[in-house]
Design a protein around this ligand. Structure first.
Ligand code: G1P
Length: 288
């Protein structure tokens, strides 16, 4: 079955980049000339996603406005021939009518709970999850690579990326087993935020998932796990006992925009490759 819907949890406070995120959703912080969230939505659309489900929270209304038609802005830009290029860019940010839903996670009970909040909107079909903290810079969008793999093997697929061992405790980590099939990896276990000496590998879950709808039933009775939160990883580990489940080591570079250094790295990487400011950005960096 085609992957038509993607869930983007955007309810988090952005505590790691406060005070920048006190009045602006962290997902709308700019990476060069567009919000971080735009890159993630573009990735989803490139992968064929037709409907985006945003799991939002209080104080996140600007996200809904961002993806809507801004009538006054577009009318003003349209009245000046010199603004035609900007108008085009602004128009590209609109999601198609009926192509987005917004639901609120009322309390910060964890990623698993945030995804569970989307259960009725997703319904009984396989779907994608993209965590907007992570921007993946790649030739072919990370989710598109996963959809291609899904078309071959079906089931459930999660993106993984090797991380330095001292950082494994910040992620969900998988235990690979058996031979690899290209970028697809079979697993025997997955664990959320393991202490470094208990991590089964250095392959970290990287914020992109294709899951079957049975995950929702498991999430509905999932107890609190790491950090006292309802963890998606814990329900996925249970789903793994029931259905086909692969990890996928994608091609591309992930940037964690939820941390100060990761965000700065994302800005630098996108600036030096930017068609308009790339050369200037390289010169500036060389000077620094
Ligand atoms: C979440 C997931 C974790 C994953 C990480 C990727 O953790 O729970 O498994 O490795 O995203 O960024 P969070 O960063 O929300 O604590």
């Amino acid at each position: 079955m085609t992957i038509r819907k993607a869930v983007l949890p955007v309810a988090g406070f952005g505590t790691r980049v406060l005070p920048a995120t006190k009045a602006i959703p962290k997902e709308l912080l700019p990476v060069v000339d567009r919000p971080a969230l735009q890159y993630v939505v573009d990735e989803a659309i490139e992968a064929g996603i037709e409907h985006i489900v945003f799991v939002t929270g209080r104080g996140k209304g600007a996200i809904e406005d961002y993806f809507d038609l801004s009538f006054e802005l577009e009318a003003s830009l349209a009245s000046k021939a010199s603004k035609a290029d900007i108008l085009l860019e602004v128009q590209k940010t609109r999601l198609p009518a009926g192509g987005a839903s917004f639901t609120r996670q009322q309390e910060p009970l964890g990623l698993g709970h945030a995804i569970w909040c989307a259960r009725d909107i997703v319904g009984d079909e396989p779907f994608a999850i993209l965590l907007p903290d992570v921007i993946v810079k790649a030739e072919k969008s990370c989710l598109a690579q996963m959809v291609e793999a899904y078309d071959k093997v079906g089931g459930n697929i999660i993106a993984v990326d090797p991380v330095p061992e001292e950082r494994v405790s910040s992620y969900g980590v998988i235990a690979p087993k058996g031979e690899r099939d290209g970028r697809l990896i079979e697993m025997s276990a997955m664990v959320e935020k393991p202490p470094r000496d208990e991590a089964p590998s250095n392959l970290a879950i990287t914020g992109r998932y294709i899951l079957q709808p049975e995950i929702f039933g498991l999430l509905s009775d999932q107890g609190a796990g790491a950090g006292g939160e309802i963890q998606l990883t814990d329900s996925m580990a249970r789903l793994m006992d029931m259905q086909s489940f692969y990890a996928y080591e994608f091609e591309g570079a992930p940037y964690d925009c939820g941390s100060k250094l990761g965000y700065f790295n994302a800005v630098l990487a996108h600036a030096v490759d930017h068609p308009e400011i790339g050369d200037g950005a390289r010169e500036l960096l060389a000077k620094l």
